[in-house]
Design a protein around this ligand. Structure first.
Ligand SMILES: NC(=O)c1ccc[n+]([C@@H]2O[C@H](COP(=O)([O-])OP(=O)(O)OC[C@H]3O[C@@H](n4cnc5c(N)ncnc54)[C@H](O)[C@@H]3O)[C@@H](O)[C@H]2O)c1
Length: 479
């Protein structure tokens, strides 16, 4: 007779492993089921984020950024780095080592917190039972008072561009190139397209990004998105908007891509092609036939605001449910659900989830854009401050970008913060905290910021909301 648990979590990504640890910390008997086989042939924890997503891509972004700095920017600072070259294989090996350390770290955290790790493929076979099939095909059924499905997502494949090993790849394959392609095509100017396009552009590829939509980064405030587009273009990323890919064909060592734009049918030839046109929820095989957990029309597991499915005691979190596909959103949902199962009151504020694109400079935002607010009929006040006017940005050689705050004209409450600039991903936490605490722009304006820091741009933007920025000419009449 297999063990009985208070909670069984299916999936050990940032939603699942965090939920399992929190549940165990709250005194619940918790288990986490994972099937992912790592490069060394054993089961690894951490899901997409640690294995083939957030972490490995950041390792490559950081290395490629340092390469650009050493090759092109150091000279400005009087540093002579000589002939700078990149060893792509070594960069990849470092990335793999980071992944191994982190995924191994989760196993350690499970042990330290008393979470039972179960290896194999988990399936909900009833509201209170999970069947696990191990890698030898043996099945075991575990009883659980509560079940959390955290099965994640997988890249979307589109019929025009079938994957071809090593030539036409998804975001996972793009982390494995062993040399810099001369001509790289990227389909989709979403977050993955811009991040991976940046890595290889910095390492010397000629990168063309083909994006079907007319708008660039439509979820970002228009002024910040426009500035980002300009900066990336200057770096050499050729971003073609309104370019819908309709087909691809591998011919020898090349990939020929067909797309349509305003001028009709077009064709381009690349050495490698990355397809990053979005991700879809991964629910295949997770729910047994006869278990009536509802999915929505797009295949996401249907949940309420507190991640309850329609079956009592069964919850779902992360990429397999509605909302942004972000690791930190998944983790917060995991914590909320563990708290609820342990009998606590818990909820999540979906309005204050930050987003970051880890290009250089980074793009980060939380809350409404100026356009969102206007569309909702909310009258707003805007404060924006360019990094070009920041002393620290000049010292850092990072003067591109702007911090922008959108505040309610009547109440002064901060509705959104959108930033493009070096360390924007760190700075956005200020906007998140301010919004969580219901702050006004004046609250930030009255806060003492350390000098000289990049964050002072946020302070100045807050001051600018009422026309009181110090280090630039204010456009608005002061009150
Ligand atoms: N830094 C981060 O937070 C981060 C990093 C990576 C991924 N993610 C998440 O992973 C998910 C997937 O990312 P993504 O970039 O693959 O998806 P995405 O949805 O952000 O972007 C995909 C883009 O592909 C375009 N597209 C689709 N079909 C096309 C075609 N035939 N031709 C040309 N363009 C086409 C779409 O218009 C869209 O703009 C997102 O939800 C993202 O938030 C987040």
């Amino acid at each position: 007779m297999a063990d009985k648990f208070d909670v069984i979590v299916i999936g050990a990504g940032p939603g699942g492993y965090v939920a399992a640890i929190r549940a165990a910390q709250l005194g619940l008997k918790a288990a986490c089921v994972e099937k992912w086989i790592g490069k060394e042939g054993n089961v690894v924890h951490g899901g997409t984020c640690l294995n083939v997503g957030c972490i490995p891509s950041k390792a490559l972004l950081e290395a490629s950024h340092k390469f650009v700095e050493a090759k092109h920017d150091f000279d400005d600072m009087g540093i002579n780095a000589g002939d700078v070259t990149m060893d792509v294989k070594k960069m990849m090996a470092r990335k793999d080592k980071i992944v191994k350390n982190l995924t191994g770290g989760i196993s350690g955290l499970f042990k330290a917190n008393g979470v039972t790790s179960i290896e194999g493929t988990g399936k909900v076979v009833s509201g209170k039972q999970v069947e696990v099939t191990d890698h030898d095909g043996k099945t075991t059924t575990y009883d659980a008072e509560n079940i959390i499905i955290a099965a994640g997502s997988v890249p979307i494949e589109i019929p025009p561009t079938p994957l071809v090993d090593g030539m036409v790849v998804d975001s996972t394959g793009a982390l494995e190139f062993q040399e810099t392609p001369k001509r790289l095509g990227v389909i989709g100017a979403g977050i993955i397209g811009l991040e991976l396009g940046s890595v290889w552009n910095r390492l010397g590829s000629e990168v063309t990004v083909l994006e079907a939509m007319d708008d660039f980064l439509p979820m970002v405030d228009t002024a910040i998105a426009k500035e980002t587009q300009k900066i990336l273009k200057k770096q050499g990323l050729d971003i073609k908007l309104n370019a819908r890919v309709t087909g691809s064909e591998v011919k020898g060592e090349e990939v020929v891509v067909k797309y349509t734009d305003a001028n009709g049918e077009q064709e381009m030839t690349f050495d490698k092609l990355i397809v990053c046109v979005g991700r879809r929820p991964y629910t295949k095989g997770v729910i047994a036939d006869g278990v009536s957990i509802e999915l929505d029309e797009r295949g996401f597991i249907f949940v309420d605001d507190q991640c309850r499915t329609n079956v009592p005691g069964v919850y779902a979190v992360g990429d397999c449910v509605r909302g942004p596909m972000l690791a930190h959103k998944a983790s917060e949902e995991g914590i909320m659900v563990a708290d609820i199962i342990a009998g606590h009151k818990a909820e999540m504020n979906y309005d204050t989830i930050p987003n970051v694109v880890y290009t250089f400079p980074e793009v980060a935002w939380v809350g409404m854009t100026e356009q969102d607010a206007k569309a909702k009929g909310i009258e707003v006040k805007i404060g924006a401050f360019p990094f070009a006017a920041s002393g620290r940005a000049m010292a850092n050689n990072a003067t591109e970008g702007t911090a922008k705050i959108i505040a309610d004209a009547e109440t002064d409450r901060i509705l959104g913060m959108h930033i493009v600039g070096q360390h924007a991903g760190e700075m956005i936490a200020q906007g998140v905290i301010a919004m969580e605490f219901g702050s006004s722009a004046e609250d930030l304006a009255l806060t003492c910021y350390a000098h000289p820091t990049m964050s002072e741009a946020v302070h100045e933007a807050a001051l600018a909301v009422d026309g009181h920025a110090i280090h630039m000419a204010n456009r608005k009449k002061r009150k």
